[in-house]
Design a protein around this ligand. Structure first.
Ligand code: SF4
Length: 437
């Protein structure tokens, strides 16, 4: 049975469209791998001129207060100006973070990136990637690659580059979540964050039609609509937590982002654990993360994205806060009960579960409210997970129940401001007649 998780129990991260910890940037749409869950069309000519990317950063500057810039793509490490781009972002006072598959990472390139001001490396490694030399490997076998990448970041980063891992989770890899969380714990000294992205396919939904500006469209044209995933049943955050709790029964998230249509849905679910390779002492509570986000905004003017590895490796520096925080007091107490470990290191590691766009039965699309991964596009900030819709159709896709014309019109969702230029669903008579047949 699925865990009962109530959003009321957690701190709602204060991230919004205008003021957010993170913002997404895509200097290229070219990639050197094929990942099943990827949202982006791989374009061999996808490198943007550096001036274009800098112009996109001006859009970010104009529209959003942000702490970090997640440089993604495509594969950012094959972008020819990546070092200059990282240097430019750091010079603007933002934390540059690279989201990469890691294939092209060398000690030399990482040294250049570190010296240019890189703050974080987030590696996407999972068993549904078509990765030369690693094809057909299980998630457990891929830990060898994960460790190689994390060690490189640790050795070259000199405490200046945080290291995170993303894994897209499918039905057939949901059972691997506890193993991945255990692996992350074993390497808490060099792995600072583990992110589970729950796979979504823009599959043809029974009972729903897709529209753009009132016209029927075929979502089969989108890169992330996969024939062989037609029967895929979306995984929700609750299931990922259930899986985590098979290895960590007391696993407790502390913060979340809700959905734009369903306030109780947990689109981003954050847990912060204190411990070391052999033991987890406990989890930060909602007050702790509220303090961290509020204090960072008060002192630095932005909500916190990436924390410096030094702080994460020296979790004891946060323990004085236990005087006022019950969650930390519990962690201190657990530590005191293990006298042999009093002088063992205390690490901090985050576990994030991300549940991208849900399409509700009535066709509404439940996006992450305060989307951190919004990307500059055409002078505005849009959901990066649905950017292909703008490229393919010129506007976002909306869905409506496949019913008679009157009821379809009555139930048509009203686009929110965040849906940009998506038009109300005005089903034309021909389409309605076709559907009735
Ligand atoms: S709405 Fe899409 S792009 Fe934004 S955070 Fe959620 S999954 Fe990422």
């Amino acid at each position: 049975m699925s865990s009962e998780l109530s959003h009321h129990a957690y701190y709602r991260l204060p991230w919004t469209l205008a003021d957010n910890a993170i913002t997404w940037l895509e200097p290229t749409t070219r990639c050197n791998l094929y990942c099943e869950g990827c949202y982006r069309e791989n374009d061999p000519h996808g490198h943007k001129p550096l001036e274009t990317v800098i112009a996109e950063l001006e859009v970010v500057k104009r529209l959003r207060n942000t702490d970090g810039i997640s440089i993604a793509g495509g594969e950012p490490l094959i972008y020819p100006h990546i070092v200059d781009l990282v240097r430019y972002i750091a010079a603007q006072g933002w934390k540059p973070i690279i989201n990469s598959n890691g294939q092209e990472l060398t000690a030399g390139l990482l040294t250049d990136l570190r010296d240019a001001g890189l703050t974080g490396m987030t590696f996407h490694v999972d068993s549904h990637q078509v990765r030369p030399g690693w094809q057909g490997r299980t998630e457990a076998e891929l830990n060898e690659l994960r460790l190689k990448l994390a060690t490189l970041v640790h050795d070259v980063g000199r405490g200046r580059i945080a290291c995170a891992f993303n894994a897209t989770i499918y039905r057939d890899t949901l059972d691997e979540v506890p193993m991945l969380a255990r692996w992350a714990q074993q390497h808490m000294d060099i792995v600072h964050s583990m992110v589970f992205i729950l796979f979504r396919s823009a599959r043809k939904r029974g009972g729903l039609n897709a529209y753009v500006r009132g016209r029927r469209v075929d979502v089969g044209r989108l890169v992330y609509r996969l024939e062989h995933q037609e029967d895929h049943h979306d995984i929700v955050a609750h299931e990922a937590v259930d899986a985590l709790r098979t290895a960590y029964p007391d696993y407790a998230p502390c913060a979340y982002l809700n959905g734009t249509e369903d306030p109780a849905s947990l689109k981003w679910l954050l847990g912060l654990r204190f411990g070391h390779a052999d033991r987890v002492y406990g989890y930060a509570d909602r007050r702790f993360i509220e303090w961290v986000q509020t204090a960072h905004h008060f002192i630095r003017g932005t909500y916190l994205a990436y924390t410096r590895p030094w702080v994460l490796r020296h979790g004891w520096t946060l323990l004085p806060l236990a005087v006022a925080n019950r969650g930390l007091r519990r962690i201190v107490w657990q530590r005191l009960r293990q006298p042999k470990e009093w002088f063992a290191p205390l690490r901090l590691q985050s576990i994030m579960i991300i549940q991208p766009c849900d399409i509700l039965p009535d066709g509404r699309q439940n996006m992450c409210d305060g989307c951190p991964d919004a990307v500059p596009y055409d002078g505005r900030l849009v959901w990066s997970c649905r950017l292909e819709e703008l490229k393919e159709f010129g506007a976002f896709v909306t869905f409506a129940p496949r019913t008679k014309r009157a009821s379809a019109t009555a139930k048509a969702p009203i686009p929110t401001a965040a849906e940009g230029d998506a038009s109300p669903l005005l089903e034309d008579a021909d389409t309605a007649r076709r559907d009735e047949r």
